[in-house]
Design a protein around this ligand. Structure first.
Ligand code: C5P
Length: 319
C-alpha cells in the first residue's frame, strides 16, 4: 500500500519492492540475456512537456515489412499486410482505450466507459466474454506475445479471441536487433505460425513488431530512470500504450498503474497470484509505470478510483 501511494505520486523505487522481486531483478541484471548495452544518456529530470517531446521525436512504430534479410529472401514482402499498421486505423481516432489484464480491474464497472472509446487495445489471452461489466466487449487491436502463438494451451488457430481484430505480435530479440540471429533463435518461434496464419487469413491485419521499436522504447525508459532497469524488453502493456499514443488523439489506460483495487491477482481471468505481474521481475514494469505516471494528464481521483491514466496522442504534441 505504501508503495502504491508512492507510485501514484511518482517517487517509487525498486528498493521498496518485496525482497523476492528485488532478488529476481538482480538476477536478470546479471544474466543480461538479450545482450543489452545502453549507450544513451540519462536525462532523468525531464518535465512532462520535455518527455512528450522526446517521445514524439523518437518513437516510430515499426513492424516487419519484409524488406530486410533474412525476411526479404523468404518472400515476406508479399506476406505481410499491404497496408502498414500506422495507416490502418482512421486518422480521426479521437480517444482510445488500453485495457491491461490486471486482476484489479475486477469489480471496476469500467466496461461501458471502455467501450465508449473509438478503439480498444487488449493483451494476449485476456477475454471479454463474462467480464463485460468490468472490461467492456469491444476489441480493435490485440497485442500478443510469442508464447500465445506457440503454446497449444492458447489455441491461437481457432480461438475467437484472435479473430476479427488487428493482431500485433512480438518476441524478445537480441538488443543488437540482428534479424538473422533472431530468426534463428527467437525466444519462442513465432515465425512459423505467423506465416501459416497469414497464408490462411490474408485479409486479417497481422503484424510483428520490429525489434528496433521494442528496444528503442527500452532505451527511452532507461534514459529517463535514475536506477538501472532490467535489461529485458518492456512489457506488452508499455508497447501497447506507446502504439496507441502514436495512433490516437488521446489514450486512456486502465489498471496499468493500479487503483485502490490493487491485488496480487495477476490477471482478471485466471486464479493465479503473483505481485511480479503488477510490479515486474522480468520486465522493467515498475519503471515503465513511473514513466507513464509522469505523462499522466488525467485527474488524480481517476487514477486512484479507476486506475486510469490519460495520455496525449503523440501527433498532437507541440515541441
Ligand atoms: O500478463 P500480460 O502481459 O498478458 O498482461 C498484459 C499487460 O498488462 C502486461 O504486459 C502489463 O503491462 C499489464 N499488467 C499489469 N499488471 C498486472 C497484469 C498485467 O500492469 N497485474
Amino acid at each position: 500500500r505504501a508503495l502504491l501511494r508512492r507510485l501514484w505520486k511518482g517517487d517509487a523505487s525498486a528498493r521498496m519492492l518485496h525482497p523476492r522481486l528485488q532478488k529476481a531483478m538482480g538476477a536478470y541484471l546479471r544474466a543480461n540475456k538479450h545482450g543489452v548495452r545502453f549507450r544513451g544518456r540519462r536525462a532523468a529530470g525531464r518535465s512532462r512537456a520535455e518527455l512528450l517531446c522526446a517521445l514524439r521525436g523518437r518513437v516510430r512504430v515499426r513492424t516487419l515489412d519484409g524488406s530486410e534479410p533474412p525476411f526479404s529472401a523468404l518472400g515476406w514482402r508479399a506476406l505481410v499486410p499491404a497496408v502498414p499498421l500506422g495507416r490502418l486505423l482512421p486518422r480521426g481516432l479521437r480517444t482510445c482505450a488500453v485495457v491491461t489484464s490486471a486482476g484489479a480491474i475486477l469489480n471496476s464497472s469500467l466496461g461501458e466507459e471502455i467501450d465508449s472509446h473509438d478503439a480498444v487495445l487488449r493483451f494476449n489471452s485476456a477475454p471479454t466474454r463474462g467480464y463485460e461489466k468490468d472490461v467492456g466487449n469491444k476489441t480493435t487491436v490485440r497485442i500478443i506475445n510469442s508464447q500465445i502463438l506457440t503454446n497449444p494451451r492458447h489455441h491461437f488457430i481457432d480461438s475467437s479471441l484472435y479473430k476479427d481484430v488487428i493482431l500485433v505480435a512480438w518476441d524478445p530479440a537480441p538488443y543488437s536487433a540482428n534479424l538473422h540471429l533472431w530468426y534463428k533463435k527467437p525466444d519462442y518461434n513465432l515465425f512459423t505460425p505467423y506465416v501459416q496464419h497469414r497464408q490462411r487469413n490474408p485479409d486479417q491485419p497481422f503484424y510483428i513488431l520490429h525489434p528496433k521499436f521494442i528496444w528503442q522504447l527500452w532505451d527511452i525508459i532507461q534514459e529517463n530512470t535514475r536506477e538501472k532497469i532490467q535489461p529485458n524488453p518492456p512489457s506488452s502493456g508499455f508497447l501497447g500504450i506507446l502504439l496507441m499514443m502514436s495512433l490516437c488523439g488521446e489514450v486512456h489506460v486502465y489498471e496499468y498503474i493500479p487503483s485502490v483495487r490493487q491485488t496480487d491477482l495477476c490477471h482478471y481471468h485466471e486464479p493465479y497470484y503473483d505481485a511480479a505481474c503488477t510490479l515486474g521481475a522480468y520486465h522493467p514494469l515498475l519503471y515503465e509505470k513511473l514513466l507513464v505516471q509522469r505523462l499522466n494528464t488525467g485527474a488524480q481521483g481517476d487514477l486512484h478510483r479507476k486506475g486510469k491514466v490519460v495520455l496525449p496522442g503523440l501527433r498532437a504534441v507541440r515541441c
